[in-house]
Design a binder for this molecule. Structure first.
Ligand code: S5P
Length: 379
């Protein structure tokens, strides 16, 4: 635990100082947010339903700077892009000031991870500021995710405007399979004509014959500065944390360079390959999920987020051992991870969620991690 590495300047610099030299706009934002909220705590919101997730995020939001999700462990995730769980999380993120990190650990060939990141029902890229990648398949996945994010970013200045009209059919027979759809992002998404439910006239043998009305769905991009963009999804949405602007639209990646679990296969060679890939893409890679600081070259400005963190009960010595979960997870205290190993943000799940009062427990973790950071930078 914590290799004996040469001391890097980022270990002594304050978050405010590091914000100035950050190579990624989202890192710059996050470091300023940390300074503003005096927090270097990420909550790993591993609950079982989307309702619990939103409730927890609202309660613990003031103490954290990052909310980490596993959207696929939750029941009741609402996929609606404008009013669903992702959008509601975004609203809470604006209200309390935190970034959303979907701990998806992408780990496939480049083409597949692009589709997992931007497509499917979840459309992770739309609501998660940060995602992470497991680099076992090779660094091509990093390049692929960077390309996907750049493409998404170039389109995000426009939102999709949908208008629906119902009218008479343009042709006597309409095959719904042939509805036109174009999402190449050239300012027009295309027109899809959908048969209205139930109006088919059936042939004698029961096959579909013709329809008597159709619904036309037209989609086009609309600039985000249009007044319509201001009409947000729910009540809480009007609230935005004071003292800092909303996060930039850029998306960020963390590379999973080391793990907290016993017997994992991420050896030093693997970890250094992750560092190399991060340097090659430092406009997209914000840093690492790791067990220690991996900044070693003078120009490295990466952020480090570290899971496997728990505190002993209040009143007990913090430097004492914290037992694992019996399923391979190891725990270290904030004092050790931030103070000794040089990580920036601690990731805490069950230590907070399973506490009698998660809100109060989050404050305790936040205070301990922040104190460890202050000690580290002042020594
Ligand atoms: O090495 C790792 C990497 C991650 S992202 N070890 C981890 O435990 N995690 C994640 O952090 C894990 O998937 C879980 O969501 C969280 C730790 O939860 P806790 O309840 O053990 O604090």
């Amino acid at each position: 635990m914590c290799a004996d590495r040469p001391k890097h300047p980022t270990l002594k610099a304050t978050f405010a100082e590091r914000a100035k030299g950050a190579s990624h706009p989202l890192s710059n934002y996050l470091l300023r947010l940390m300074e503003l909220k005096q927090s270097n705590l990420c909550l790993s919101a591993d609950v079982t339903s989307a309702r619990e997730l939103l409730h927890l995020a609202d309660k613990v939001g003031p103490s954290i700077v990052v909310l980490k999700t596993h959207y696929d462990i939750l029941t009741g995730w609402d996929y609606h892009p404008q009013t669903g769980t992702g959008a509601k999380l975004g609203s809470l993120a604006r209200k309390h000031g935190f970034l959303i990190f979907e701990d998806r650990k992408f780990g496939d060939i480049g083409h597949t991870v692009q589709m997992q990141y931007t497509g499917g029902t979840a459309r992770i890229i739309d609501w998660a500021h940060i995602v992470n990648v497991n680099m076992v398949p090779g660094k091509a996945a990093v390049q692929a995710l960077a390309e996907a994010a750049a493409k998404w970013r170039s389109r995000v200045n426009y939102e999709v405007k949908t208008s629906v009209s119902v009218g008479t059919p343009v042709s006597d027979v309409f095959d719904e399979e042939n509805g036109a759809e174009n999402d190449e992002g050239n300012g027009h998404l295309g027109t899809r004509e959908m048969a209205a439910p139930g109006p088919y006239q059936r042939d004698n043998d029961g096959r579909k014959g013709s329809i008597v009305s159709i619904t036309t769905v037209t989609q086009s991009f609309e600039p985000v500065d249009s007044p319509r963009f201001g009409s947000r999804i729910d009540e809480g949405d009007e609230l935005v944390l004071a003292g800092i602007e909303e996060p930039p639209y850029e998306r960020g990646l963390l590379i999973l360079a080391q793990m907290s679990s016993t017997g994992n296969f991420m050896n030093e060679e693997y970890t250094q390959a992750c560092v190399k890939a991060a340097r090659e893409h430092n406009d997209f890679v914000m840093g690492f999920v790791s067990q220690e600081s991996l900044n070693s070259s003078p120009t490295d400005t990466f952020l480090h987020m570290t899971p496997g963190c728990q505190l002993p009960p209040d009143g007990e010595e913090e430097n004492g051992a914290v037992v694992g979960d019996g399923l391979g997870q190891n725990y270290n205290t904030p004092a050790k991870l931030v103070g000794l190993c040089g990580t920036d943000i601690i990731i805490v799940g069950r230590g907070i969620i399973k506490a009698g009062d998660p809100q109060a427990e989050a404050k305790r973790y936040r205070d301990r991690a922040w104190t460890a950071y202050q000690k580290r930078t002042s020594q």
